[in-house]
Design a protein around this ligand. Structure first.
Ligand code: COA
Length: 130
């Protein structure tokens, strides 16, 4: 579903290195998503080409329980930048639904190489203005 991932998702060392870099980068805001004292995902915002963007991920076993929607709603109180952007693969209906439920509107389309799929992939660009 998440097409535009880092190139080395299966490499634990690369994963640790990437998160160490992100966690020490003051320009990113990272939060763990917990449910009943269990880690179920993460949500973050970061600067990309002059725009503030968000990203999130929920463990598969917890999909479809409204967790991403609740996490994003809470995160939008913390991350005050507007406009705020998000990108999703065009076929990632669940993520697009989460974003539009939280007020994001589709404002554009793009296409790029997606490491998560190892192929060129269509994506939509969404924006939250208020
Ligand atoms: C996308 C993701 C974050 C959704 O998390 P979640 O906790 O299951 O999301 P929620 O339960 O809050 O909401 C999902 C919504 O999408 C809808 N949905 C799920 N699958 C769908 C599909 N195939 N087609 C249309 N709608 C779909 C659900 O019905 C729900 O909407 P509703 O509340 O109106 O019924 C999760 O699947 C995930 O982490 N995927 C992998 C990483 C990823 O894609 N991250 C986002 C990158 S942009």
């Amino acid at each position: 579903m998440a097409a535009f991932t880092s190139p080395e998702t299966a490499d634990r060392t690369a994963f640790e290195r990437r998160w160490a870099r992100l966690r020490s980068d003051d320009s990113t805001t990272n939060r763990v998503i917990e449910l009943d004292d269990r880690v179920v995902g993460h949500i973050a915002s970061f600067d990309m080409e002059g725009r503030r963007e968000i990203t999130y991920w929920i463990g598969r076993e917890d999909w479809g329980r409204g967790i991403a929607t609740r996490a994003l709603r809470e995160f939008l109180q913390l991350e005050a930048s507007r406009p705020l952007y998000a990108r999703a693969a065009s076929d990632n209906a669940a993520s697009i639904r989460v974003l539009t439920k939280c007020g994001f509107l589709i404002v554009g389309e793009d296409r790029g190489f997606a490491h998560g799929r190892n192929e060129e992939t269509d994506e939509v660009v969404l924006r939250l203005d208020a």
